[in-house]
Every structure is written in C-alpha cells, then in structure tokens.
Design a protein around this ligand. Structure first.
Ligand code: TPP
Ligand code: MG
Length: 335
C-alpha cells in the first residue's frame, strides 16, 4: 500500500489535504475495479443482477468523507457501491452478496444484492421499492433529535425517486421539525429509461427545496471536492439543529440501468461518450496529477493493488458455499 507524500504540493483552495485526496482517489480506483468485476461476473452468469455505480463514485465517496463514519447513519440505495466500500464493507463481503453466497453480512445473501443492513457500519436496511427509505431516514433523524443523540442521517436516492410521494412527505416533515438529515440526490438524469424531462416539469431538483423552506443546492457530483464541501456544510447545519438540506449531485450513468437493461433503445447516440468526458475517476486523476499530488507510479500501484484485492475477493466468493437451506426461514417474519 502506498502512503501519500505529505510534502507534495497542495491545492490551497481545497479543504482537503493531499493525503486525504489520494486516499479518496485510491478508494475510487478500488470501487471502479470492483464494479467492473461485478458486471463481468454478471455476464458470466455468476451474478444475477447489477446496478452499476460507475459515474456516481465522486458523489458517493465525497459525501462519506464529509460525515462521521462509525457515528452517522447512511440510508443508501441500490447504486451505492462506493458508499458501502468507503464505509468499510470489504470487496469480498460485497461479492458474496452479488453471488448469493453464505456469509454475506447484509442479509445472509437472502435478499437482492447490496440490500440489508450493516449496523456496525451505519448502513441501515434499504428497500428496493423506490423512495421508501426517505421517510425511514427522517424517522431516524427524528429519533436522534428526540433522544438527544448526536448522529446525523444522510439518505441517498436517484432523480426518479423524487417523483414518488414518499419523498414529499420526507422533505416536508424533516424541514418542519428541523431534523438532522441530508437529502442526497444522485441525479443521473434517468429513471431506468425515462429521461428527467419526462419525469418532472422542473429543471432542477434542488429548486424543489424552496417549497419545503430548506436550502437546496445543485453541485457537480463528478467533483469529489465539490461534493465534500457541500455535504460538510449540510452536516454542519444538521449538527447545529438548523435542519435538513437537499443536495442534488449531478452525476453520470455510464452503463444501462441494470444488467437486465438495454440502454441502446432509449439513449441517443453519442450521449454516453459525452458523459464519459465527465468521468469522476479521470477528473480526480487529472486534478491530482496537475497538482503534483499523484504520479504515474503511485497511480499504477493503486490499480495493481485494486486488481489484486478484487481478484482475491472473487476467488474467495466463488469458493464460498451457497446458504444452507435449513436456515431459510430464519430472520423472516411470518404468522
Ligand atoms: C415504487 C417503485 N416504483 C418503481 C420501481 C421500479 N424501478 C426500479 S429502479 C427505478 C428507477 C429509479 O431511478 P432513479 O431514482 O433515478 O435512480 P437510478 O436508478 O437512476 O440511480 C424504477 C422505476 C420501484 N423499484 N419502486
Ligand atoms: Mg436516475
């Protein structure tokens, strides 16, 4: 593992030191490598379904770095691979889920991949039903306020989720009661095959915050530092009792909605090539290289390291047994 050279040049305008920026980059390399592997495993028939996080990583990593790991609560959704990794889930644990193998910590591999809870890491149970976790996140923020506990809550969701009624209820209630919650929308401009302009009449999701009397901000979700700054500010507000913030992080979706989708049917030709110009991994690479924080040798070291971690995790997950049918009914409610 490479350690950052503290003497390297630092961007004076960045709130993050060069060591932290390198750490974020390294995390992004690992997340991208793992995501690519999961997609490959799907194509080999070994992972049933994947919703790729490629193009969303800066939003996910920048937001986690702005919060207190081990204390704050994270209500994630199915596209949040980089959040899970940054919070401390290992590639092996994640692959056990995608390959539905025993030992998977979120749900014992009984659920849709990435679904379940990992309370030690602050990951709270998510549902595949869009937006249902927003009122739950607000409930957790209400509990923090009522019990006088000092954690705050962040809830991640897509642009499509903002069209669901649950989102309205969550934003309204959170603002009315000044709850310590951050609404973090990963706007990739598509809800499956439906582009944003066919989902809603407003151009900016952040503009909706006005209707709830809370701050709303639209940021470049491919810029890890911009995300870090916006979430840090929202966290400060939440921790000081000033209430929620709605952050719209403009991200890109490089791959189809899921591995079951064919985006060539509905995405205009050339759109993905255009989107790839905003690749958050390349953007961070370029900015750290131009600042003299990252050199080619360290970059290669990170990529080699990520490949070897992911290879080892793949071998372990492939070798793991499927869950035993005898405990099929455990942790299931029935009457
Ligand atoms: C209540 C509900 N309606 C529809 C679906 C089917 N569905 C699954 S993902 C999805 C699109 C969500 O898009 P968005 O919120 O923008 O997230 P993204 O996948 O783009 O990250 C839909 C409609 C669902 N899971 N739940
Ligand atoms: Mg979307």
């Amino acid at each position: 593992m490479a350690t950052a050279n503290r003497s390297k040049r630092q961007d004076p305008s960045s709130p993050l030191d060069s060591e932290t920026l390198l750490e974020m980059y390294r995390q992004m390399v690992l997340s991208r490598t793992l995501d690519e592997r999961i997609w490959m495993l799907n194509r080999q028939g070994k992972a049933a379904i994947v919703a790729s996080s490629q193009g969303h990583e800066a939003g996910q990593i920048g937001s986690v770095y702005a919060l207190q790991r081990g204390k704050d609560q994270f209500y994630i959704y199915y596209r949040d691979l980089a959040v899970m990794l940054t919070l401390g889930m290992t590639p092996e644990e994640i692959l056990l889920g995608f390959m539905a193998k025993a030992g998977e910590p979120l749900s014992g591999a009984r659920q849709f991949p990435t679904h379940g809870a990992y309370l030690e890491l602050g990951i709270v149970n998510q549902s595949n039903v869009i937006a249902t976790h927003l009122p739950q996140a607000v409930g957790a923020a209400l509990a923090a306020k009522m019990k006088g506990e000092d954690y705050i809550v962040i809830v991640y969701f897509g642009d499509g989720a903002t069209s669901a009624g649950d989102t309205h209820e969550a934003l309204n209630f959170a603002s009315l009661h000044k709850l310590p919650v951050i609404f973090f929308c990963e706007n990739n401009k598509y809800a499956t095959s439906v582009p944003q302009h066919k989902q809603m009449a407003v151009e900016s999701i952040a503009s909706r915050a006005e209707g709830y009397a809370m701050p709303g901000i639209s940021i470049d979700g491919c810029d890890v530092v911009a995300v870090y700054e916006a979430v840090s500010e929202a966290a400060k507000r939440a921790r000081s009792g000033m209430g929620p913030t709605l952050i719209e992080a403009m991200v890109e979706r490089f791959l189809p909605h899921t591995s079951d989708d064919d985006d060539s049917i509905y995405r205009p030709k050339g759109e993905i090539e255009e989107a790839r110009k905003r690749d958050p991994l390349k953007a961070l690479n370029l900015s750290l290289t131009s600042l003299g924080i990252l050199d080619a040798e360290t970059d290669k070291q990170y990529l080699d390291e990520a490949r070897s971690i992911v290879n080892e995790a793949t071998d372990l997950a492939e070798a793991a047994p499927f869950p035993d049918t005898s405990d099929f009914m455990e942790h299931v409610y029935y009457s």
